[in-house]
Design a protein around this ligand. Structure first.
Ligand code: DC
Length: 226
């Protein structure tokens, strides 16, 4: 049976709230494109580190954003691949060095302008589930469906820890918790707080929910509005 089309879906919330897993599953279920905007900021950060740029130099970061081609590819079974100037950086952008620096890149207004433009272009010609921090508030303020996922800090840290260890990285839970705390603080210092829900967004606390239940709740809400 062909899926009905419900319009674009914006999912925001802090790191580790379950956004990407939920967004990926929703996109598969609905036959939409999944756009992980965090992966785009990560790809640019990876490139900046690769080129040895000074991350405090905003102008250099803006020039890099303007010169770099970032592409997200939805593969079979819900996988996504991230390409930076043609190079597959899917695994590289999850390294701790990138996680630790990405807030510095994402806070630069000129970098955001460029990536937001790209995100809007993708959404204009596809049905998308897009996840990030500013999707409902800024990137797609007219999206008909907006959600804000959140979870407690210990739960978000535990999920990040499981994700990283599952991908073979050696990490320590306490440092993960510190990193998330630091990243939240940095993200919140921006002009527009990216951790604030968009007006009209449905807030879901996923701390004690299974991912499948979060997906089911979102689908029920979307279908109920039809
Ligand atoms: O969701 P994530 O951890 O992959 O995001 C990486 C970083 O990018 C995080 O520090 C917040 C930032 N980000 C952002 O500023 N705006 C977005 N739309 C998505 C991510």
């Amino acid at each position: 049976m062909k899926n009905k089309l419900y319009g674009n879906i914006a999912i925001d919330g802090p790191a580790g709230a379950g956004k990407s897993t939920v967004a990926r599953l929703l996109a598969r279920r609905l036959g939409y494109l999944y756009i992980d905007t965090g992966a785009m900021y990560r790809a640019l950060t990876w490139k900046a580190l690769q080129e040895g740029l000074d991350l405090a130099d905003e102008q250099q970061l803006i020039s890099l954003a303007e010169a770099t081609t970032i592409r997200l590819e939805n593969g079979p079974a819900g996988s996504i691949a991230v390409y930076c100037d043609g190079e597959d950086v899917t695994a590289a952008i999850r390294q701790e060095s990138v996680s630790n620096s990405v807030s510095l890149v994402a806070r630069v207004p000129g970098v955001r302008r460029r990536l937001v433009e790209l995100q809007r272009q993708i959404a204009a010609c596809n049905r998308v589930v897009m996840d990030g921090r500013d999707i409902g508030t800024n990137v797609l303020p007219n999206a008909p469906h907006k959600f804000f996922l959140t979870a407690s800090l210990p739960e978000r840290s535990r999920r990040r820890y499981n994700e990283l260890t599952a991908s073979g990285q050696q990490v320590d839970l306490e440092s993960i918790r510190e990193e998330i705390r630091r990243r939240d603080a940095l993200d919140t210092q921006r002009e527009v707080d990216p951790l604030r829900p968009a007006p009209g967004a449905v807030i879901i606390d996923t701390s004690t929910m299974a991912i499948e239940d979060v997906v089911a709740r979102i689908l029920t809400i979307i279908r109920g509005r039809d």
